[in-house]
Structures are given as C-alpha cells and as structure tokens.
Write a protein that binds this ligand. Structure first.
Ligand SMILES: C[S@@+](CC[C@H](N)C(=O)[O-])C[C@H]1O[C@@H](n2cnc3c(N)ncnc32)[C@H](O)[C@@H]1O
Length: 933
C-alpha cells in the first residue's frame, strides 16, 4: 500500500462507529497488514499476539495497541510503554484509545501524538513507518498534500463515473480545467482570498440540495461570478449568494463554464475536500501529486514519484542559489551591494523544459523570495513589493493538466510568499484579479524552439492571453523583465532508457539527431534535453542542470553522445555522481540518476558532489569533470579490439546457433549415455553466465572436425546433427546458413575452448560487491553468454575480481537495467594496469587462489549465494579485501580511500595509456615515412 491508500483506509476507519474489540485489527489492516497476519493475531490458539495487557494487541517489531475504558488513555499508554513484552517484541509504537481520545508514541524517535479519535487520520504521516514507509520526512510534514490529493482523486473518479463523456479525449481538457478551478477555490476560501471562511464549500453545502439535484448549477453560478468584473455585475444578474465572490479573471474562470453532473457521492466528496485546511498546501508537492489524478496510468500511484524538495535543491543550489546566498553573505549590511543583488535576482529567469506541475520552478521561486526577503529586511524595506516576476519562471510540459497546475502552483506560491514576507494585507491587496499572462507552454520540448520560448533578449509584452490556460502561440511575446539577466535551465526530464522508449519518444530523438549520428538509437531520452540545452547555451547567457538517467554518463553512450554536447562549446560545470532515486511510489523501481550541470567553457573551478557511504554529500573542487563524471580531463574510453600490452586475450564465449540441439540438460545426457557409452567422450560441461552464477548443470555436444566421423556413428548424436543442419540451412540469417555444413560444431568458436579457463559473466547484478569471475573445470565449454580467458592465469583473475575492475566496468561498460554489462573490448582491453613485475603477478595470483579456496570451503553454495551482499561469507569477503589491498598497493602504494579515488586513478592511467599509444603510433608512422623517403 502506498501512503495515499493508507490515508484513505484510516480515514474510512475513523469515519466508522468505534468498535473497541475490532479497532486494533482494523487499524493494522489499514496499514496494509495481510488477512493471514490479522488472523494469526486474532486466533485464540497459538496466537501471534504477544500482548500482556487486557484488550491489547502486540504485533512483533511493529506496534502495541490497547483499547481502554473511557478516560484511561494516558494511563493505558503508560502501561503499554512499561510492559516488558513491548521491549521484548521490539515494538516501534504504542497506541491507546478509548474511542474518543487517542494517544500514541514512536518509541524510536520519542515523538508523540495526542488527539481526538476522529482526528487521528490527520496524523497518519506519524504512523507511516508501520507500513514500512520510513523515508518520508517530507510526507510526514506534508500530510495535507496527501490528504488533498487523495480526496480530489476520489472526487475525480466519481465525476468521471457519472459523466462518462467527460473522460473522452475531447472532454478531458474540460475536466482537468474544472479540477484546476476547484483547487483554486479550495485554496482561496482558506486564505482569505475569498471574503469569509470556507465560503466556497459552505455556499455549495447551503445552496445545493442534499440529493445533489442542483450542485452543478450552484458551482456554475459561482464560477460565472468569478469571471464577471465588478463593473459588469449588475448586468450579469448573478444570484446574491454568488455575487459575494470576487472577480478572479486571469482566464481561470473564462471560457466554457459547463460543470460536470454531480451525484450525491460526488457532492459529499467535494464537501469533504473543502473541509481540509488548504492554507498549508505546498504547491510544489501537492502539484506533483495532483497531476497524477488526471492520468489514467498514474492515478494508482498518485504522483508518489514526485521529485522531493532535497533532490530539487541538489539541482538548484549549485546551479545558482548557492551563489546568490554567498553574495548575500558577502554583501553584509552594505545597502548598495544588497540593492544590486536584489536587481540581479529580479532579472534571473528559470526555465524547466519538462516542468510537470512546476515543482522546480516553485522551489526556485520560493528560495529566491527568501533571499530577496533577507535583502529587504537588511535594507529595512519589509513591505517592499517583490521585484521577482512570476513570468520569469518558464516551463514546457507535454501534458495539459500538469501545465495548468504549474501555473496555478506558481500563483499560489507567490501569494504564500507575499503573506509570509509582506503580510496578508499587502498580499490580498494585490492578488486579484489574476494576471492573464501565460508563461507555461503546453507542448513537446524536443520539438519546440527553446530560444523562442525563452528568448535570450528582452522583448516587450505584446500579447495578453484571454484565457490563462490557453497557450499563446508566441511565448517570445511575453516580457521577461530580464534585460542583461541570467537564465538557468533545470528540471527532471522523463527517464526512458533505450528499451523503455515509446515510438513517439524515439521519433523525438530522431528529429534531433538523425543525419548527425547513426548512434542516436542507443541514446536515453534525456539526451534530447542535454543536447537542446547545449544548443541553447551556445546562443545565450545561461547554465543548465538536469537530473538524468546515469546511463548517459556510462558505457558506450558516453563516446557516442557527449561529443555532440561538448561540440557546442559547453562543459560540465558541476555534477552529482550516481545516486539512487528514492520516492514513495509503491513500485519504486530504484532508478539510479545523476545530476549534470552544463555551461559554456570557462576557467573556474568545477564542483563534483558524491553521496558517500554514510549518506553525507562530499564536495570536491576540480579543474575539469569528464562525461563519466570523474574529476579529470575529458576522455572517451573507446573499445579496443585487442589489448595493447601483454595481458591475456579475453574471448567472447562460443555461440551454438543450433536450435537447441547441441545443448543438453542432465536428463538428456543420462539418456544419451545410457543408449551409447561412446557418446560420453563428446559431452562437455557447458557454462554461460546463469549456469555459472546459479550453479545450473548444463552440457553440450562438442565434436572437433577430426572426431566427426566417430561421433556421427552414434545415432543419438547423428540425429541431433541432422536437426542442426536443417535449422541452420533454413535460417533467415545468411551468415548462419553456411554453418549447416558442419552441424556437429558451434557456429562461432573463439580461442581454444576446453582448456583451463577463466569465465567472466556478461551480466552480473550491480548489487554484488565483486565481479564473480571464476575458474572452470578442465574441458568446460563457455557459451556466448560469458567471456573466457583460456590461459587461465590466476593473476588475471585477481585483476578481474578486484574492486578497481568493478568500478571501471560499471563506468565504461554501463549497465543493462540493474546488471553490469561486461564487454571484453570495452572492459578488459581498456582496463588500465600498471606494469606488473613477476613478483607482483605471483602475489596477486596468490590472492586469487585464496578467493577460490574460500569459495571451495562453502561447497556446494552457488556463486549467487556466496556473493549475495546480505550474507556473503566472512572468509570470502576477507579474501577479496586482501586481493584489493595487495593490488591497490601496486597501483598507489596503499588502499584507495573510495571508489571516486579509484576511478580518478584509473582515468589518469587511461589518459597516459592513450597518449603513450598515440606517441607509439606516431613514431611508427614517422619511421615508416623515413623508410619510404
Ligand atoms: C520526471 S517528470 C518531472 C516533473 C516534475 N519536475 C517532477 O519532478 O515531478 C517529467 C515530466 O516531463 C514531461 N514530459 C515528458 N516528455 C516530455 C516532452 N517531450 N516535452 C515536455 N515535457 C515532457 C512529463 O509529462 C513529466 O511531467
């Protein structure tokens, strides 16, 4: 269950009549406990309920609940806390209630809740750890955003049920527009924008009948009033109860006034939403959540994957906010400097070309207002009207509802900031009517011209939209008030790797890159934003920072994509290396992202941020950040077909292309050998990545040209050869058809299969701390789902098993979903190895031997079991650590401090390695030239 579903469930529970006996179980059920868990807690015999308190229910590692007699809540809570079973069962919470009053304590943080029973759903954020949702500080503090979204969601679904035609593509915009109007009204009635507390909700409650025969008419009249200027009121013939509503304008209530039909349930949902206190709404968080309401696919998650404020600040702080704060600090009380800073801030433009509901824009706006307020305080001008124009916060959004919400979110944010910094009186005096300018563009950012949406030079306002929510065609015609100002591009464009792109997203990339590079089909979708921002920067005074899929900074995408970005004269100004994107979505897929800040090339220091082992952020200053997000010179690791030094060759495994006829399971081997013992000679153990890692037994028929005659006399084999022949002869691939002539052999054989070999899996989970390279029994055949080194030197194994190699391949080979994708040409041949002495090789070969022996000691555990980071055996981990230590001493004379340092050293060596090989090539060329001349 996600947080929204839980909120819904506990709201339902609190609305029902209190049932003392049932409450503990109903409470646990509302937090997502399964029916079987509840059954075990209820059961008389062998119950899992560990409580020693009357009427108590104690769920291990979770909560101790007791229902008590009236007025005994505080006393009972004390008993629950003091009970030895609470500690023994490691309960995290205690909760007591008598059905009127409820008290609870979080035993870990010491936080408490004491409230009327009916109000406990308002504290649901406090209880979220009970559902295993622990990383939700923002949500705990923003319960109102979840409650509002959850209730609007119910209303939206009910309205669509009653007004089926409104769910059609043609009517969806009307529906979304209607919801936006409601959101505005709920906010306005709780913030004195409307004259009277709860004026909107109360009017609907009073004027519409309880069977909801006229709710839509009442709402329609209210919306009409809000679209009628005061001077036109007499002629408009508005009912008295509607006439008290102000003129809102701004296009919000202009245009189509049709209101969907309201059922009784819809009416009651609407009143329920209105009963919330919307004053405290966070336009950034709420906006992100509410956009999901209008999206059939996302509705279940209700925007739970919105970008959290701390993550937004990871983008905005280094992009420009830190600099503004530094300047504020530096200005001290110097009035002139403060004024200059205020002027600078007023000219800053923030542009998010995938803005969703505008959360990056809202946070940027709020932070800038906070700085402006500090300036005003220092200058003694606290009532000063803000000089930061909302129209300097621009966005592009593909979906119309989020685009509408983005504008509304900014309007709300402006009002809240005015109340906070200038006082409600001033805020109210200037709020209505709303400004009719339109500054969020609804459209496809990869097709639109950013330079015309956010033009580099100042232009005057030429067009005022008559509907705030109809996008004017030419954004360039809206004044920016930013003559000479800076522009910051930011945002969190959609994550769509190569395999998850829709056809239309692929077409978007094609429109940008086709004709420029043939590799664009391998690009992540976000590369479109990097490319367009680099182009934008080459024409304007701007800097950008986007959250990106981290794969654009890894593997083969780097040399394919980055020359196009850098080619615009830009460089990486700052970056946040890969980090896990945690959010509240119940299907949190655990995307790993990076943040990349780009700007025109310059000599200033660059900043590289890394999340370290204890979740703190470390910052490093450097002259250059390369596209792998490593501090160091720009370099592109290119695949090498053969190693340039004396390291052993790594071969791709052997590809059967046999229709499955040369590959055998254990049962098939038993049958074939039982039929004819002579076949045994031709059957070999067969390993790809999954056989090796998961310990699956598979075999293959392996026959050399010389052995063919002999093997073909064995009927169980010859009939398989016939099948292979037919399969290959009929193959659609023209390279496969000639292989029908030798059906006893794999189609593609590399190296000397059958010799003692090291196996390197092609795919291995990123969760493992080490790459599980291994040594196979003599005679084994390695499939094309793995790589092989046939001379099996153990010092090579030490290198491949090292942390150094793992971080190298993670960076230069890249990943397939959550697995590292190994490649011999990219990962092994390019791996920087210092010159190894014979003694070095001997030492590290010993380390590899110790790794093998440690694995042996746990026979028959599989590689998957041994390398599960949760329970990797200590001796094996120790053997790997020893291997790293010995190897790293060879690299730098000590252990590396962390992976960042490892990568910096590797890139440094790689750069030297490529310079050296270029020098050698040049020398050879000039010698050849000399000879020729
Ligand atoms: C990951 S969300 C980020 C939105 C918001 N900043 C947030 O954090 O919740 C990406 C947004 O980009 C929008 N989007 C997707 N493709 C787009 C395109 N081609 N042009 C403009 N916006 C797009 C999506 O509708 C979505 O709102």
């Amino acid at each position: 269950m996600n947080a929204v579903e839980i909120e819904q469930a506990i709201t339902n529970l609190a609305d029902q009549d209190f049932d003392a006996a049932e409450f503990p179980f109903a409470f646990l059920e509302a937090f997502g406990n399964k029916a079987t868990t509840i059954k075990r807690l209820r059961s008389k015999k062998g119950s899992s309920n560990a409580s020693d308190i009357e009427g108590g229910v104690l769920q291990r590692s979770n909560i101790h609940i007791a229902v008590c007699a009236e007025g005994k809540v505080t006393e009972t809570l004390g008993k629950l806390k003091a009970s030895p079973t609470t500690g023994k069962a490691k309960a995290k919470f205690v909760l007591a209630t008598d059905g009127n009053w409820l008290e609870a304590e979080d035993l870990i943080s010491g936080e408490t809740v004491a409230c009327a029973y009916k109000d406990f759903p308002n504290h649901f954020g406090f209880f979220l750890p009970l559902a295993g949702i622990t990383t939700v500080k923002q949500i705990r503090n923003n319960a109102i955003d979840i409650q509002a979204t959850s209730r609007l969601n119910r209303l939206y679904v009910e309205l669509l049920r009653v007004n089926e035609d409104w769910s059609s593509d043609e009517r969806r915009h009307d529906m979304n527009h209607f919801m936006t109007r409601l959101v505005f009204c709920f906010f306005a009635e709780d913030t004195d924008i409307f004259n009277g507390d709860d004026l909107f909700t109360a009017t609907i409650e009073q004027m519409s009948d309880s069977r909801s025969n006229n709710t839509e008419h009442v709402i329609g009249e209210l919306f009409r009033a809000m679209d009628t200027a005061i001077e036109d009121r007499d002629a408009a013939d508005l009912p008295r109860w509607a006439n008290v509503f102000p003129y809102v304008n701004g296009g919000l209530f202009a245009g189509n006034k049709e209101t969907p039909k309201f059922s009784r349930i819809a009416r009651s949902y609407l009143l329920h939403v209105g009963s919330l206190d919307w004053k405290a709404i966070n336009p950034d968080i709420f906006g992100s959540m509410i956009q999901a309401v209008a999206d059939d696919e996302e509705r279940g998650e209700l925007g739970m994957h919105y970008t959290s404020v701390p993550n937004i600040l990871k983008v905005l702080n280094p992009l420009f906010l830190d600099n503004l704060r530094e300047q504020l600090e530096e200005a001290g009380d110097n009035s002139r400097k403060l004024l200059n800073l205020r002027k600078r801030i007023a000219k800053i433009r923030v542009f998010d070309p995938a803005c969703g509901s505008g959360n990056f824009l809202v946070i940027a706006y709020k932070e800038m207002r906070a700085i402006e307020n500090e300036i005003n305080k220092k200058r003694g001008e606290t009532h000063q009207k803000s000089e930061i124009p909302l129209t300097n916060f621009r966005g592009i959004e593909l979906r119309d509802f989020p685009a509408e919400i983005a504008r509304l979110a900014l309007i709300i944010a402006e009002y809240q900031c005015d109340v906070l910094y200038r006082g409600q009186k001033d805020a109210l005096a200037e709020f209505l009517p709303l400004n009719a300018m339109n500054w969020i563009t609804y459209g496809n950012a990869l097709h639109l011209d950013w330079l015309s949406i956010c033009p580099p030079t100042d232009t005057a306002v030429k067009l005022v939209a008559d509907d705030l929510f109809e996008t004017p065609l030419e954004q360039a015609e809206i004044d920016f008030e930013n003559e000479g100002g800076e522009t910051y591009l930011c945002g969190n464009p959609p994550y769509a790797g190569l395999s998850s792109q829709t056809n239309s997203q692929k077409n978007d990339l094609a429109s940008l890159f086709e004709g420029k590079t043939k590799y664009w089909k391998s690009f992540d979708y976000v590369s479109g934003w990097l490319y367009k921002s680099a182009h934008y920067m080459s024409h304007s005074n701007s800097v950008s920072a986007f959250v990106t899929t981290n794969s654009v900074c890894q593997g083969q995408q780097v040399p394919m994509l980055w020359p196009f970005i850098i080619g615009h004269g830009v460089e990486i100004k700052f970056a946040h290396t890969s980090f896990k994107w945690s959010n509240l979505a119940s299907n949190n897929a655990g995307v790993t992202v990076a943040i990349i800040g780009l700007g025109l090339q310059g000599n200033e220091k660059k900043k590289l941020f890394t999340i370290d082992a204890d979740c703190g952020i470390s910052e490093k200053e450097t002259n250059c950040i390369n596209p792998y997000l490593i501090a160091g010179p720009e370099v592109f690791v290119q695949p090498l077909s053969i190693p340039v030094d004396g390291r052993p060759k790594m071969f791709w495994g052997n590809k059967p292309t046999d229709g499955g006829n040369l590959i055998l399971g254990s049962d098939e081997v038993a049958v074939i050998v039982a039929q004819d013992k002579r076949s045994q000679k031709f059957i070999r153990p067969y390993f790809g990545s999954s056989e090796y890692i998961r310990g699956k037994n598979r075999y293959c028929i392996w026959v050399t040209d010389e052995e063919y005659e002999e093997a073909n006399h064995i009927p169980a084999l010859s009939c398989r050869f016939e099948e292979v022949r037919e399969f290959r002869a009929l193959s659609k691939a023209k390279e496969t058809r000639p292989a029908a002539q030798y059906p006893y052999r794999f189609r593609q054989i590399q190296g000397t299969p059958g010799e003692l070999a090291l196996i390197v899996p092609i795919h291995t989970s990123e969760n493992r701390d080490f790459l599980p390279v291994g040594l196979l029994p003599y005679g084994s055949i390695i499939s094309n789902a793995a790589y092989a080194i046939y001379d099996a030197s153990l010092w090579s194994m030490s290198l491949i098993a090292s942390r150094l190699h793992l971080v190298w391949i993670a960076t230069v080979c890249g990943k397939l979903k959550t697995d590292f994708r190994y490649s011999n040409t990219m990962g092994w041949n390019t791996f920087p190895i210092p010159k190894l002495t014979e003694k070095n090789k001997e030492d590290i070969a010993h380390c590899a031997e110790d790794i093998l022996l440690a694995r042996e000691a746990h026979f028959p555990a599989t590689i998957a079991e041994l390398y599960n980071p949760e329970n990797m055996p200590e001796d094996l981990r120790h053997a790997h650590e020893r291997n790293d230590e010995v190897l790293e001493r060879i690299y730098i004379g000590r252990k590396f401090k962390n992976d960042t340092e490892r990568l910096e050293k590797l890139f440094d060596l790689y750069t030297k390695m490529t310079i050296d090989s270029t020098k050698t090539d040049n020398k050879k060329t000039s010698q050849t030239k000399k000879k020729v001349s």
